[in-house]
Design a protein around this ligand. Sequence first.
Ligand SMILES: [Zn+2]
Ligand SMILES: [Zn+2]
Length: 746
Amino acid sequence: MEPETIEIKNAREHNLKEVSLSLPRNALICFTGVSGSGKSSLAFDTLYAEGQRRYIESLSSYARQFMGQMQKPDCDLITGLSPSIAIQQKTTGWNPRSTVGTVTAVHDFLRVLYARIGIQHCTGCGRPITAQSVEQIIGSILGNYAGELSRADNAFAGDSSRRDAERAGDQKGADHSKTGAESQRLPLPNGRGSVDSPRAIARGSVKVLILAPVARGQKGEFRDLFDDLIRAGFVRARVDGEVVALTENLSLQKNQRHDIEVVIDRLAIGDAVRARLSEAVQTALRVGKGSLVVAPMEEGESAKRRSQNEEVPRAEQRRMESKDRVAKSAERVYSSKYACTHCGISFEPPSPQMFSFNAPAGMCLTCDGLGELYDFDVNLLVPDESLHFLSSCIAPLKGPPGKWRRHIYEGVAKAIGIDLKTPWKEVPKKARDALLYGTGDRHVTYAWRWSGGVWKHGGTFAGVIAELREKYRKAKAGFVRAYYEKYMRRGPCPDCAGAKLNAQARAVRLPMGAADSGAASNEKIKSSRRSPGPFGTGLNGPNIVELCNMSVAEAHETLNRLELSPVQKIIAEEVLKEVRARLEFLLNVGLHYLALDRGAPTLSGGELQRIRLAGQIGSGLVGVLYVLDEPSIGLHPRDNRKLLESLQKLRDMGNTVIVVEHDEETMRAADHIVDFGPGPGVRGGEVVAAGDYEEIVANPRSLTGQYLSGAREIEVPKARRPVVKRRNAPGVPGAKRRNNGIERAD
Ligand SMILES: [Zn+2]
Ligand SMILES: [Zn+2]
């Protein structure tokens, strides 16, 4: 059974004079008394130190070797002690990069939260991306399309023989396949007599195409690809949005970009088709190298017409097939890999490190996670905008370019369609940016004219600023560097705009307002493009930078609006609890207005102490001994009341809370008060009174009690005096000493 009291026998730490004491567990206890009377010696150097020591003793010897030896406090016996946590008010050695979020550990939990349930969006096009297992994809497809189709399920259920027949019919195309295995594996639709059960159609069943993308925006005729597909037994493909039959003479415009998707299956979705859907999904993922498209079909007449007349000319057939064009709006892309199927960009699966600007996986590589950059400033580069590029409107280029540079710039000007002799102020922004920041991957042809003719060569263009950076980097002499520095300025990083995180990390958003985070709906993306939501895509919630820009109150409210699937709920539950507990604590102690990314060094002492409290007691631990050092200092009375409520809540959760405090309100709120004295130093070290508030007030020995009862007046000290530093407590590495600033004078 759990002990009901903490028993201390003959504590002798510092000036304590063989103090023996019984403290109630699971209570809010106030240690009070004049400064130096021994209250901190008992609270921190005896109870907290012993709680820590026992905790460390309980660890493995391997772990212990990193923690150092802890001295046993000078005391005969302590029983009933729990693991202890101390919350001190002043700490030196602040990391200047600390923020409200990092001190409270909210930021650490948010990084885990984003890694677990954050939705990656493509950095190229903004579409949401998730890697899903085959089972998840099937579940998602059924979930997305079954709603509209449940009415058709009955039509299906009584129809299995018909379906088998259809599948046999579908198998016809497989005759082409080379291996028996393939013909077994691929139930290929050929459109004839497929699943359009009249009843299902009448009830509005939506059939879908399962497509495997094999080419995206690629130029070419794809003869080989089509040959391979035909040999593998496929009979249809969707080429540039039109479903066509795969034939040997299918010819595409060689110089145009094409999208090609293989039709893996056509089916109407309900629970009854699960097995067939599973087969189709697996095949599609294999053929589509990890991604597939589900495209609902508009009910066209073409299938029936086709079955009536087999020998339609190919052109006519294509025209009819195009009627089968899917309702693009409800198309969804699924991926078993972490990649955008539209842009062909692959991503790393999010990890907590990805959301730290100190970690290589997360930091912006342009500014090394600093958020700012010392770089050439466009506003300083062009002092006179009426000049043109070749007369060197860009001042640090120092005069017109030489012949070589000039032919480079002229090549670029030709590629972007401008005349370099246009006054700078008339050059369009896009062209200016191209000259300054380069033309990216674009291929530029340069023409070098000489007496023997024209030599054409090609390459990319990195921009004038890149050239200047290189010159600055190579400059050794101080005056040369100083020359360039006239045109440079410290400013926000152009890539991350001060966010410090790289583009991939910034493109991970919390699930909010997206009905199905597992797949991209074109319709949603299109509509969100028309009216971007507060966080850009309109699909999901804030990224971690945006969330940390919010105040505590806004962040708390935002996290309450998460829309989580049952699975996400489970994986996010614990970490969300931690984040919410801390945010709620901050709300409770009146810090709702602080932004999570507010720098800790800019906070007042009272704010700092409370955010540290939030970090340590927001976690909702149970069965812990908390020791707090004068938490009322610097608090507005209203906030002090809220703080006391939080401490009482902590107690009610099953913890023991010891507060070293002079504050009357704290004593009134406490279940038990211990008054140390009678004087400071060698005149103290005794317990003069212990009991609840009434008992202390009624005790004539207690100085505190006399003040509380009004029998004695408190003299207001003229100046607060510093207290001499005490010797260090047995050290846990990293544990900070208390009382190393100014203690309240009595
Ligand atoms: Zn994309
Ligand atoms: Zn940056």
